[in-house]
Design a binder for this molecule. Structure first.
Ligand code: GLU
Length: 596
């Protein structure tokens, strides 16, 4: 979102003037679609995309480019991602023709018990914003270890080299755009409660002005030191101790409006942290192999279940109203099952195989009335029972999930060898916990607010309650699609639980509705998550709204859903990188050698 950077590197996004050393160059041109050869990058930010493309040009692979791009997003998108957070990294390895994933989700500290977010006086959940603005919600960050692990396993470079372009970007600065300014302004009253956050992000007590240059020399030094000392500096060393101290005793400004509850995180929690090398979820959808993120994210299982339901119920190329109705109903059912069954598999027995079984999808899909919307909350099914060719829900309706944050960022990369990365990373809320580590230039996450503070439905087991060392359930859905065993599409998005519906809708648009990938990304979005109302973007045509309402869908406006980054392998060895044309100010797609 933030524009422009000054790197002394060759500029790789077309239409950009070259940088003069020591000056901040004009912002690189943003383009939502780029087609060509030799590799591709798509992200929300032109500087980050440019850095990733430059890594590819210099001979790096998709993993090197993904880490460099992510590190750059830590500079220009500091409210959405950074080394104080976590994420999920999905990788297609061209040599072995396999899809691998890394679960870099933040974890709860050993001292966190089930009732951590309950008020001891009342036994009731604390207000959500008191969870957000606290040290209590800071989970052990997974991002530094994710970058290091990905590079070691599959990259060609080391962490130091991968961080260097982002370090330079932080040093020399980027030109502030309206989105960065607006996000800062929206957070100003909590940012000014934390001394180092106010100092960094509210220079002179105000959000930075559009067109000014924003520098983060503290983060530049942090990246430099992290590169030189390695991730042990974070997980077992000095930086880790600073993270712990900051979360335990948030540096609250004099006269702050809020009380920031202390964090429970200890240095031992950092030392214990492990990125998990997970098996991806996989489903067959109309002859394509859809690979996603297994729990602790609910992304792979929920996108997968909904696609399975669509495959059994909705023939491809339906008319727009019919296709939209089925998309919404499939998502509604899949969310009922997600809420009931998905949590961290180290703590909860997640019936993943059942959730992704074709028989279960048939059992769920036959509940869809072609002419009428179901009334939510619909009950979950029973994915553990053998498929009985019946058409009845087995549970009782449960409450639907409360708020999730709307931060996060997604990127995709591909290289000339055919390796592909689809990577979603986050610090949860836009601006995370609002707590900056003093002198280090990055915000700490508030990911532990992704736990349910109390059981959603009293008396019904809840897979997503806090526990020591547990990972809160995520909705992040970095996805890679193979066709005949070769990469076809990579896609993902931010947006809390709307991530799942966004990825689902893009895949549905691309595979079933005859849209190109750029059309599927640009199309107006709708999101149904087993809630009373279906959220719709303003661009959804009135005729479609009316037709849906006639089928009983209750519609509710949502100004903007998701912010996709995606790519597709086209015939003839070409790659098409795709970003948002308009949402969140538009994203940046680029290829190494453009087609014309
Ligand atoms: N914390 C959310 C999740 O893991 C992502 C945050 C967001 O995109 O709003 O699902």
């Amino acid at each position: 979102m933030a524009l422009g950077a000054a790197l002394g590197l060759a500029l790789t996004v077309p239409g950009v003037a070259s940088a003069h050393p020591g000056e901040t160059p004009p912002p690189p041109a943003k383009q939502p679609v780029a087609t060509g050869w030799g590799g591709a990058v798509s992200s929300v930010d032109p500087d980050a995309t440019r850095i990733g493309l430059d890594v590819l040009r210099r001979g790096g692979n998709a993993v090197d480019a993904a880490v460099a791009t992510a590190a750059a997003l830590g500079v220009t998108e500091p409210y959405s991602s950074g080394i104080g957070g976590g994420g999920y990294f999905v990788y297609y390895d061209a040599r072995s023709r396999t899809v691998r994933t890394l679960d870099g989700r933040e974890t709860a500290p050993a001292a966190m018990r089930e009732g951590a977010f309950l008020d001891p006086a009342t036994g009731l959940p604390i207000p959500f914003d008191q969870g957000v603005n606290s040290g209590l919600s800071v989970g052990v960050p997974g991002t530094p270890q994710t970058w290091n692990t990905a590079l070691r396993k599959w990259g060609t470079t080391d962490l130091r080299a991968a961080l260097r372009p982002a370090q330079q970007l932080a040093e020399r600065g980027f030109v502030v755009d309206a989105t960065f300014r607006d996000q800062t302004a929206a957070n100003a009253t909590r940012f000014d409660d934390i001394t180092p956050t106010a100092k960094l992000f509210l220079p002179n007590g105000q959000p930075p002005v559009v067109g000014s240059v924003f520098r983060n020399p503290d983060l530049a030094r942090t990246y430099d030191e992290l590169g030189r000392k390695g991730v042990d500096w974070f997980y077992r060393g000095g930086l880790g101790r600073e993270v712990v101290r900051t979360a335990q005793r948030p540096p609250v400004a004099p006269g702050a409006d809020r009380v920031f509850r202390p964090g429970l995180i200890e240095t031992d929690d950092l030392a214990r942290y492990r990125v998990l090398d997970q098996r991806p979820t996989r489903i067959d959808y109309r002859g394509l192999d859809i690979y996603g993120m297994a729990p602790s994210s609910s992304g792979g299982s929920t996108v997968g279940e909904a696609l399975n339901i669509l495959e059994t119920t909705a023939p491809p190329r339906m008319d727009e109203v019919g296709a939209t109705h089925y998309y919404l109903e499939a998502s509604r059912l899949a969310f009922a099952d997600r809420n009931r069954y998905v949590g961290d598999p180290a703590f909860v027995d997640v019936p993943l195989r059942g959730l992704l079984a074709d028989g279960f999808a048939k059992e769920r899909g036959c509940l869809i009335d072609p002419d009428h919307a179901a009334v939510s909350p619909v009950p979950p099914g029973d994915p553990t029972a053998p498929y009985q060719r019946r058409c009845a829900p087995s549970g009782t309706p449960e409450a639907t999930e409360p708020i999730e944050g709307l931060s996060t960022t997604h990127l995709v990369t591909a290289d000339r060898w055919g390796n592909v990365v689809s990577y979603t990373l986050t610090i949860e809320q836009t601006g995370g916990s609002a707590i900056t580590v003093p002198g280090r230039g990055f915000l700490l996450n508030n990911e532990l607010t992704d736990f349910n503070f109390a059981p959603l439905t009293p008396g019904v087991p809840d897979p997503n309650l806090p526990a020591p060392g547990k990972r809160p359930r995520s909705s992040m859905s970095p996805t890679i699609v193979l066709k005949d065993g070769r990469p076809f599409v990579a896609v993902g998005s931010p947006g809390g639980a709307t991530i799942i519906t966004t990825v689902l809708q893009v895949l549905n648009g691309r595979v079933d509705r005859g849209l190109t990938l750029p059309q599927a990304v640009a199309a107006p979005r709708l999101s149904q998550r087993n809630g009373a109302a279906t959220e719709v973007e303003p661009g959804v045509p009135a005729s479609l709204r009316t037709a849906l309402e006639q089928r009983g869908h209750v519609l509710k406006a949502n100004p903007e859903i998701g912010a996709v980054a995606a790519l597709e392998f086209l015939p003839g060895g070409r790659i098409q990188a795709v970003a948002e044309p308009a949402r969140r100010g538009g994203g940046a797609a680029g290829v190494v050698r453009p087609e014309n």
